[in-house]
Design a protein around this ligand. Structure first.
Ligand code: GDP
Ligand code: K
Ligand code: MG
Length: 304
């Protein structure tokens, strides 16, 4: 670390909230760079993701490990159930739990069961009302009061993860809650996901962006090959898996136009993220029932 202090602090913050509350946006804002994918579509976050935020002061150098969760609270399929339990597991060893709420689209049916579970938890709980850039003040305060009656929050913050409003103050508060302890990750690491896994997230985000409602719910991107070329560039091969052949045609588009556009946007973003030239090869494959496949679960880091 670069600052004057030798003291280290390190802790885990579980970020919970209904789909689209802005969890990924907040994690990225706290970390200061993109580690979790953001989209307007619910359930973008599949496996639990970590972001690692650093804070240096004369007092102590702090590492905050953020657990971003899938945010699915009424699981039906086996895949969804596994993701939910992974989310709660991620929150098990937390030093603080942060509940993020979109005050405009509160998604009460997903928020209520979460509030009930939160009330039982022993950790310090922080309530964060997000998206203040488009919310009115009066209803915000009323909502904060209403939620505080159900769960004992130690602190309440009003922020915009998008514009950064209030994020510094929130980060300072999280730093205060982190216990003394040595850093769990090296200084330059921002996520526990490997580059090859992050690379699949970038492609998945483009799939969501460009296909919108047409994107098959049953789709995933998995890494195939990651080759470091001698000229300093990297060759990345990924497989896009869908459940049926007609879905495969949607992803490919007329004359391969859609997949080309997705690949181009993903490649540009990857080049920027990795700081070098990227050759991206996307292969679209239809595999029925992939979501019920044990190997796939393990690959995604989920318990079968
Ligand atoms: P998650 O599902 O909880 O991870 O939510 P995301 O981070 O993917 O965000 C969902 C949507 O809300 C995206 O379109 C974001 O750009 C948007 N969003 C997130 N934070 C804010 C905010 O502070 N203000 C506004 N206006 N939009 C936000
Ligand atoms: K989302
Ligand atoms: Mg997310």
């Amino acid at each position: 670390a670069t600052s004057g202090s030798d003291k280290q602090k390190c802790g885990v913050v579980a970020v919970l909230g209904a789909p689209n509350a802005g969890k990924s946006t907040l994690v990225n804002a706290l970390v200061g760079q993109k580690v979790a994918i953001v989209s307007a579509k619910a359930q973008t976050t599949r496996a639990r993701m970590l972001g690692i935020a650093l804070h240096e002061s004369d007092d102590a150098n702090t590492q905050i490990i953020l657990v971003d969760t899938p945010g699915i609270f009424a699981p039906r399929r086996r895949l969804d159930r596994a993701m939910v339990s992974a989310a709660w597991e991620g929150a098990q060893s937390a030093d603080a739990v942060l509940l993020l709420v979109d005050p405009i689209k509160q998604r009460r049916h997903e928020l209520e069961p979460l509030l009930e579970q939160l009330a039982e938890r022993p950790e310090k709980k922080i309530l964060v009302l997000n998206k203040v850039d488009k919310a009115k003040k009066e209803p915000l305060l009323a909502l904060a009061e209403e939620l505080s009656a159900k769960v004992e929050f130690s602190e309440i913050y009003f922020i915009s993860a998008l514009t950064g409003d209030g994020v510094v103050e929130l980060k300072d508060a999280l730093v205060q809650l982190m216990p003394e302890g040595v850093w769990m990750y090296p200084e330059d690491q921002v996520s526990d996901a490997s580059e090859r896994l992050l690379a699949t997230e970038i492609t998945r985000e483009q799939l969501y962006r460009q296909l919108h409602e047409e994107l098959p719910y049953d789709s995933m991107v998995r890494p195939e090959k990651y080759i470091e070329r001698k000229d300093g560039s990297v060759e990345i091969h990924q497989q896009i898996i869908v459940a049926r052949d007609n879905q495969r045609m949607i992803v490919l588009g007329k004359g391969g136009k859609m997949i080309k556009s997705i690949g181009q946007a993903a490649r540009e973003e990857l080049s920027e993220l990795l700081g070098r030239k990227v050759h991206l090869f996307l292969h679209v494959k239809a595999t029925e029932n992939w979501a019920d496949d044990k190997e796939m679960f393990e690959e995604m880091g989920l318990d079968w």
